[in-house]
Design a binder for this molecule. Structure first.
Ligand code: HEC
Length: 107
């Protein structure tokens, strides 16, 4: 019983401490919508529209954030990613980048 209370307090503390910083856990939740494309084996979308989709897992957080900001601002052009990045806040980008940076196997 006591152990359970300690665990609940620990989880609470961890989640509050993470507030305002990049959080790989929140990034994971967000990344579920990215896996539809970036999670495809061989990193390609299927026939008939075959184009390669870069692997995100293990990429540098700074690179991922920069890419997403460039898609959002239109500096980097790709219709799909421009539309997706437009829906992401700076916090979302930081969380996603933290998730992909710390999970080499993530898609
Ligand atoms: C509908 C398919 C699709 C979805 C969904 C998608 N992406 Fe992408 N993404 C792509 C494609 C295709 C590219 C390559 C575009 C290019 O050549 O610039 C790309 C490129 C990227 C890049 C640049 C990678 C590099 O190596 O330069 C990042 C970062 C990225 N996506 C992040 C995300 C994140 C984060 C999400 C979810 C919030 C997401 N994508 C959802 C298709 C998708």
């Amino acid at each position: 019983m006591k152990k359970r209370i300690v665990l609940v307090v620990a989880v609470f503390l961890v989640s509050t401490c993470a507030w305002g910083e990049s959080d790989p856990g929140r990034g994971w939740a967000r990344a579920q919508m990215c896996a539809g494309c970036h999670g495809i084996a061989d990193y390609r979308t299927a026939y008939p529209e075959v184009y390669s989709v870069p692997k995100l897992g293990g990429q540098e957080a700074a690179y991922i954030v920069k890419s997403l900001q460039d898609y959002k601002s239109g500096v980097r052009k790709h219709p799909t990613m421009n539309a997706i990045a437009a829906t992401l806040s700076d916090q979302d980008m930081a969380d996603l980048a933290a998730y992909y940076d710390t999970n080499k196997g993530a898609k």
